[in-house]
Write a protein that binds this ligand. Structure first.
Ligand code: NAD
Ligand code: MG
Length: 389
């Protein structure tokens, strides 16, 4: 019998990025299962136009309004709706036309459209971890109220999610998040003080967007992922452990209350967690390269060096403190990474800026959405003033 199930309509927010383009590869290879309903990009109008002409979505959004005319005229012979600007992201997230949002925007900018999709009860494939770091309590509460399933795309959280399939309510003792250690594993401050953007962008195992690559180099990425895990899996901070595993073969683990540990493994390839989020609960065939254990005779594990990689220690503090602290940490980090990428500050300054900002901003225990936006803005301004930007 032929499978006549309707195609799942996917809205890819951040379609021109590392996650977005890989999601489109998965959809291209499975065009009987998925179709593209929405594509959005901030600046890369050329690629957005190319993607729109190939996948023929219902609507596209170009974030930078100066590029609207170019996109509009390039798509004028199609019936694709063209929008521009940050508000349009929320407007299209409110559409009934799609089934699942692939949240692949980087940073705080992903929060509003993702929240809108959650309010609509849409399924979310969540790559944009900053959304949960900033406002995890509000997002999860809204998701439960509106029965919006949030399926992680971040490889560690996808691993944990996959380990939990079939476990019902079996209690978790802890989750073990694996970290590659990034390009500067084993390095000390005297080395790190001189590293530049090019070095920091060279990740040993994964090829990703600029911001998350720097976050992986400072290890704050793993701290953001601890906060993400807390919200996704309803964990206490001390149930989340980080272990450095430089080979990136085990993508993360769950230890249950009987002491048994499940791990999810594979070669590092983001297309796998992306595909799993799109096809869940099904697994679909693909031809991605397979892991051959004989080529990995040793999988190794070590403690993260939180003294050298201070940003991870700061993120762990924010995880324990809660309230608006993860939001403040995230905002200061976004600005500091932006400044590092433009050679305004050095590598070790990133954690220094984050630390100063956290120390100086008022703590709010149970922030409203508005207060999250205020904290984000104040933290950005404070961090910028510390860097004399
Ligand atoms: P990227 O920089 O490659 O792409 C970001 C996308 O978001 C682009 O399409 C860009 O146009 C869009 N964008 C950027 N700023 C925007 C703004 N202000 N408003 C609207 N759109 C904007 O980033 P990425 O590496 O694909 O990462 C995306 C998200 O996925 C991040 O939150 C990252 O932490 C997470 N993630 C990425 C990977 C990876 O392998 N790349 C792995 C795990 C999690
Ligand atoms: Mg990750």
């Amino acid at each position: 019998m032929r499978d006549k199930a309707p195609k799942k309509k996917i809205a890819i927010f951040g379609s021109t990025g590392s996650i977005g383009t890989q999601a489109l590869e998965v959809i291209r290879a499975n065009d009987k299962l998925f179709e593209v309903d929405i594509l959005t990009a901030q600046n890369n109008d050329e690629l957005l136009i190319k993607q729109a002409l190939e996948f023929n979505p219902n609507a596209v959004v170009i974030g930078d309004e100066r590029r609207y005319e170019k996109v509009k005229s390039a798509l004028s012979s199609t019936d694709i709706k063209v929008f521009a600007g940050a508000d349009a992201l929320v407007e299209v997230a409110d559409f009934d036309s799609y089934d699942m949002m692939l949240a692949g925007i980087v940073g705080f900018a992903g929060l509003k459209p993702t929240l809108k999709a959650v309010e609509k009860g849409k399924a979310i494939g969540l790559a944009n971890k900053e959304t949960l770091v900033v406002a995890g309590d509000l997002i999860m509460k809204t998701a439960i109220e509106n029965r919006a399933p949030i399926i992680p795309v971040d490889s560690e959280h996808s691993a944990i999610f996959q380990c939990l399939v079939g476990e019902g309510r079996n209690p978790i003792e802890k989750v073990i998040l694996t970290a590659s250690g990034g390009p500067f594993l084993g390095k000390k401050p005297n080395f790190l003080t001189n590293v530049k953007r090019v070095h920091a962008l060279e990740h040993p195992n994964w090829s990703m967007g600029a911001k998350i690559s720097i976050d992986s180099a400072t290890l704050i990425n793993k701290g953001l992922e601890m906060i993400e895990a807390k919200w996704l899996f309803n964990l206490e901070p001390d149930q989340i452990q980080v272990v450095v595993h430089p080979q990136s073969i085990i993508h993360s683990m769950v230890q249950f209350k009987d002491g048994s540990i499940k791990a999810q493994m594979g070669l590092p390839d983001m297309k796998l967690p992306i595909q799993y989020a799109l096809s869940f609960p099904k697994r679909i065939e693909n031809n991605f390269p397979r892991l051959d254990f004989r080529k990995y005779p040793s999988l190794t594990f070590e403690e993260p060096d939180v003294k050298t990689f201070r940003s991870l220690a700061l993120a762990i503090d924010a995880l324990y403190k809660g309230g608006n602290m993860p939001c403040v940490l995230n905002a200061a980090n976004e600005i500091a990474v932006w400044a590092f990428l433009r050679n305004h500050i050095g590598f070790l300054d990133i954690s220094a800026v984050v630390e100063k900002t956290i120390e100086n901003l008022p703590f709010i225990k149970n922030p409203t959405l508005e207060e999250y936006f205020e904290s984000d803005g104040e933290a950005r301004n404070f961090a910028a003033s510390v860097m004399k930007l």
